[in-house]
Design a protein around this ligand. Structure first.
Ligand SMILES: Cc1cc2nc3c(=O)[nH]c(=O)nc-3n(C[C@H](O)[C@H](O)[C@H](O)COP(=O)(O)O)c2cc1C
Length: 321
């Protein structure tokens, strides 16, 4: 028995689970592990470091994987897309910005164009600009995102762009989330937080431990950490992370952070390198309650699929005869 949806058919998957292209976290080994387990992995092209991307695409080897880009960052180095398309990936993922300048090239290369959006209006725009799959990302998500919640956003996007397959993202980290997303009309799920602490993830070991110990109760969404990282994220996007000593200090005094920016950026960079998670951000979403161990990505994919299958079988028990 397997779950079959337009997403599994388009990408030839056993389980309708996509690995989010998490910048600095979803490297080639993780992306390949997710694909090999029956899902599909995206390497996190993030802020477009060519050397990093070349290395991680090599690490994925011959396993079919895709690459995800932060679209506004890709506009700074558009040639990067050619470097990736030359390897003939089955899919490319774009998020956070207009896809218009890239869509034609991606589709002409034969790659599936997967576009992540945070609103119904953006979903309509992505569909009009050629998205083959639309990812509806709710505010529960780890990393950057916006304000709408997954539960109402997904069916609204399904209604807006159908028959284009919609993938649900944000707060989905187990089979209950996958089964629920399918009930909302989604063709699958995109998970980041669920894989953050996986064995193959490139996150710092201390960040993985903090995720395992962390709770969705303790996540916040804001821009403090982007300021500390020196990344000028455009509006309306903010980043969800666990709160820590650094965020608590500067949340109460954002002007103070700006006044001490150079010193605080240096402190932040050192903390990130050393794995000091009292200062550096643990970038996870509300689904982190469901991350309870550091385990191979294969186990995570297979568990999400198996749990969802059981729940879908049992779904009929809610009906009276
Ligand atoms: C550590 C981390 C880094 C992320 N980096 C990116 C990124 O570079 N590009 C992107 O499109 N999305 C990024 N995201 C967001 C994901 O694409 C996805 O929407 C999110 O992980 C889904 O919600 P979840 O974390 O609850 O699974 C990131 C998420 C996390 C947790």
């Amino acid at each position: 028995m397997a779950i079959i949806t337009p997403l599994t058919e388009k990408l030839g998957l056993d389980v309708p689970v996509l690995l989010a292209p998490m910048a600095g976290v979803s490297g080639g080994a993780l992306a390949a592990a997710v694909t090999n387990a029956g899902g599909f992995g995206f390497v996190g092209g993030g802020y477009c470091d060519r050397e990093w991307l070349r290395r991680e695409m090599e690490a994925a080897g011959n396993t079919p994987t895709g690459v995800g880009f932060i679209t506004w960052a890709l506009e700074k180095d558009p040639a990067l897309i050619d470097l990736v398309l030359a390897r003939r990936p089955p899919a490319i993922f774009l998020s956070f910005g207009s896809i218009g300048g890239f869509a034609g090239k991606i589709k002409a290369a034969g790659a599936l164009l997967v576009v992540q959006v945070q609103s119904v209006a953006e979903a309509r725009r992505a569909a009009a600009e050629g998205a083959d799959v639309v990812v509806a990302q709710g505010t529960e998500a780890g990393g950057h995102g916006a304000g709408r919640a997954t539960l109402p956003l997904v069916p609204a996007v399904v209604d807006a762009v159908g028959p284009i397959p919609v993938v649900a993202a944000g707060g989905i980290a187990d089979g209950r989330g996958l089964a629920a997303a399918l009930m909302l009309g989604a063709a699958g799920v995109l998970c980041g937080t669920a894989f953050f602490a996986s064995r193959e993830s490139l996150a710092h070991p201390n960040a993985k431990q903090a995720a395992v110990a962390g709770s969705g109760d303790a996540t916040i969404r804001g821009s403090l950490f982007d300021l500390a990282r020196g990344i000028d994220w455009p509006e309306p996007w903010t980043m969800r992370t666990l709160a820590n000593d650094f965020s608590r200090q500067w949340d109460a005094d954002p002007a103070g952070l700006r006044d001490n920016l150079a010193a605080e950026q240096a402190r932040y960079a050192k903390a990130r390198d050393q794995g000091d998670m009292d200062v550096a951000a643990v970038i996870v979403g509300e689904g982190v309650d469901m991350v309870r161990a550091i385990e191979p990505a294969e186990s995570i994919v297979r568990r999400i699929g198996a749990e969802a299958e059981i729940l879908l079988h049992r779904a009929g028990c809610h009906l009276s005869r």
